[in-house]
Design a protein. Sequence first.
Length: 113
Amino acid sequence: MEYRKDQFNCPVEATLFLIGGKYKPLILWHLIQKPLHYMELQRLIPKATPKMLSQQLHDLERNGMICREVIPEKPPRTLYSLTALGKSIVPVLNAMCNWGTAFLDGLDAAPAR
């Protein structure tokens, strides 16, 4: 897919365009360690319906973040992995994880409202 600088108002909008979505960051997060089959992703993200997971995977593939490989078996299996562009977002995902951990830890320390 081809992008133009003028289609985004700011860098945050460009980032959200690529990884924004209910499950896209989770998909990318799970693919950091190793490529995964569709069914593995479905097990790791149980709240995602098959339709939503497929749609999010398709968007990530179309945007160049992940690579989809069909393994010719009976039945065929699909393997997803991060592309170079997808790997470049790992520091952002790590920062999100660190921030989320601190936030959740703060919930334990915060008085009940």
